[in-house]
Design a protein. Structure first.
Length: 162
């Protein structure tokens, strides 16, 4: 498996990965009434994120198995935010997400970040706990069109490692 920064050329592939995987992965933890409004928004690649330089794909044999990244906080110099992480639902439990998170943690720490924040889906909380995040509590994430997506705010220290 290789990890590399995304480029604009990856937009369609990441979009397809999100659109294919998020509905399958999230359906056990969210009612259809939430998913019907949220999935058209969250299961789409974000062009600015794809080209920001800190968003990555995990590839194997030319296939994208996962995507995600981080961005710096605009106000707190020591804080970074995990962004739009997805693993292909057909590649779960293969270490894709763990490798991607380790990659993000290393680069964020090298960029001076001491903490990482994540607004996790309910589905992803056990994964994020396994890579060192702690639950801070529920958070309603506002999205376009007045949609609110129930999530879980989590934090991880980058100075000690997990």
């Amino acid at each position: 498996m290789i990890i590399r920064p995304t480029t604009a050329a990856d937009l369609a592939a990441v979009d397809a990965l999100l659109a294919r995987s998020y509905p399958k992965l999230l359906k056990a933890d969210y009612p259809p009434s939430v998913l019907v409004t949220a999935l058209p928004v969250i299961a789409r690649a974000q062009p600015k994120l794809i080209t920001c330089g800190t968003y990555y794909v995990v590839e194997e044999d030319g296939q994208i198995l996962g995507a995600g990244g981080w961005t710096p906080d605009k106000e707190m110099a020591d804080l970074g935010h995990i962004r739009h992480v997805v693993t292909d639902d057909r590649a779960l439990r293969r270490g894709v997400g763990r490798r991607l998170m380790a990659w993000c943690f290393d680069r964020a720490h090298a960029a001076g970040k001491r903490r990482m924040e994540c607004w996790a889906t309910r589905t992803a909380v056990p994964f994020y706990e396994a890579v060192g995040f702690e639950v801070l509590g529920p958070i309603d994430v506002p999205m376009q069109g007045g949609i609110v997506f129930p999530s879980v705010r989590m934090m991880r220290d980058l100075t000690g490692g997990a």
